[in-house]
Write a protein that binds this ligand. Structure first.
Ligand SMILES: Cc1cc2nc3c(=O)[nH]c(=O)nc-3n(C[C@H](O)[C@H](O)[C@H](O)COP(=O)(O)O)c2cc1C
Length: 359
């Protein structure tokens, strides 16, 4: 069975939900490790105070017994602690009683760069909140929980996945002062993150169809994260300016490579080198000095919505991107090695490594 991930949840609704299907039975999960990844996602210089408010923790509703997967759908929940301030405004059912707390007044000031305008036009909403609540990156919390489970599975196959920040606001080192300056100007920043996966055997993904290609799948997974506008595999865009003689990774006896410009993937298949991908994040669209917009209630010029927001979230993106890459690699490994039980999957992996070792 292949891995599949479904999620639901609004930013200020009661909870975020993920259902993971296709995990093998017999995988031991560690609640503290999942919570540690959730904690990492909430860290980083330039985040909004909401991150202190939430302190995310995973709850498991199904698919696990005594810490061990059953081979059945795994249901994960991360509660939105902030929901207590939005109980009326984000009530799933028509709210009872006097309007109280946050989210009681309709938002009509769409932010350029956010889901606000395109979302209300597409879905016919009157209140921009109906679009922004799901578009918000808050629900990346459950992707991180799913990615944490995927990393546990990959560890059984000797694969580790690590995300890191390369730059924030164009700065490659010590970006705290750059973030401070943007905050003082009531502005926002983007940046670049890199994810590396070590221990990936040759043979994950395929050139057989576009959907099978590991590079395409990783790019789609990274592009699926809010605010990511560019993805590269290995040396990516830099390769476009090179000659072929300087762009490819020559092969030595023992089938080793002299370099890894391809980022560990050739023809949509992992080639045994470290998998290296990068994602570029645009500056966040909620500015404390709002951009020009139009009030949808009146059609008149107005300033865009100002709401509690991060100045930069590149460190959080590194954690989310790590989760996205881990999930895709775990999916590709499931397809290649199958197995209802983890022991079957590991045995197939071991037999395959033995076959290619003798080449
Ligand atoms: C981890 C993370 C945190 C984010 N935090 C914010 C935020 O605080 N304020 C904001 O305006 N956008 C934030 N974003 C970006 C928006 O969610 C995103 O720009 C918006 O949904 C529009 O989607 P698009 O940028 O993919 O077009 C964040 C994105 C990520 C990945």
């Amino acid at each position: 069975m292949n891995l599949h991930l479904s999620t639901a949840g609004e930013s200020h609704g009661p909870a975020l939900v993920a259902i993971l299907t296709g995990l093998p039975a017999g995988l031991m999960l560690d609640r503290a490790a999942i919570d540690a990844d959730l904690h990492r996602r909430q860290q980083g210089y330039g985040r909004s105070p909401r991150q202190q408010l939430e302190q995310d923790e995973v709850e498991v509703l199904a698919g696990l017994r005594h810490g061990r997967t059953l081979g059945t759908p795994l249901a994960l929940v991360v509660r939105n602690r902030d929901h207590k301030n939005w109980e009326w405004g984000m009530s799933p059912w028509p709210p009872v009683g006097e309007a109280a707390g946050k989210g009681t007044k309709p938002v009509t000031l769409p932010r350029p760069g956010h889901a606000d305008l395109a979302g209300v036009l597409k879905y016919g909403h009157q209140d921009v909140r109906d679009a922004l609540e799901r578009a918000s990156a808050r629900h990346t919390a459950v992707y991180v929980a799913a990615g944490s489970v995927a990393k546990r599975l990959l560890a059984e196959l000797g694969i580790s996945v690590t995300g890191a920040v390369l730059e924030v606001g164009g700065e490659r080192q010590s970006w705290e002062s750059t973030i401070d300056a943007a905050r003082a100007d009531r502005d926002t920043l983007g940046g670049v993150v890199e994810v590396r996966a070590a221990g990936v055997c040759p043979g994950l993904g395929s050139y057989a169809t576009r959907d099978d290609r590991l590079d395409a799948r990783l790019a789609a997974a990274l592009m699926g994260i809010q605010a990511v506008k560019g993805v590269e595999i290995g040396d990516g865009f830099a390769l476009a300016g090179e000659r072929g003689s300087a762009a490819h990774d020559e092969i030595e006896p023992g089938l080793r490579r002299r370099s890894n410009r391809a980022g560990g993937i050739e023809a949509g298949i992992s080639n045994g080198e470290e998998v290296v991908v990068r994602a570029g994040m645009k500056p966040l669209p909620t500015l404390m000095r709002p951009l020009d917009s139009v009030d949808l209630a009146t059609g008149e010029p107005a300033q865009a919505l100002v709401e509690r927001s991060d100045v930069a979230a590149v460190e959080a993106l590194a954690v989310v991107a790590e989760a996205a890459v881990a999930w895709e690699l775990a999916g590709a490994a499931r397809e290649k090695f199958g197995g209802d039980a983890l022991t079957d999957m590991k045995a197939a992996h071991g037999a395959y490594l033995e076959r290619i070792r003798t080449r």
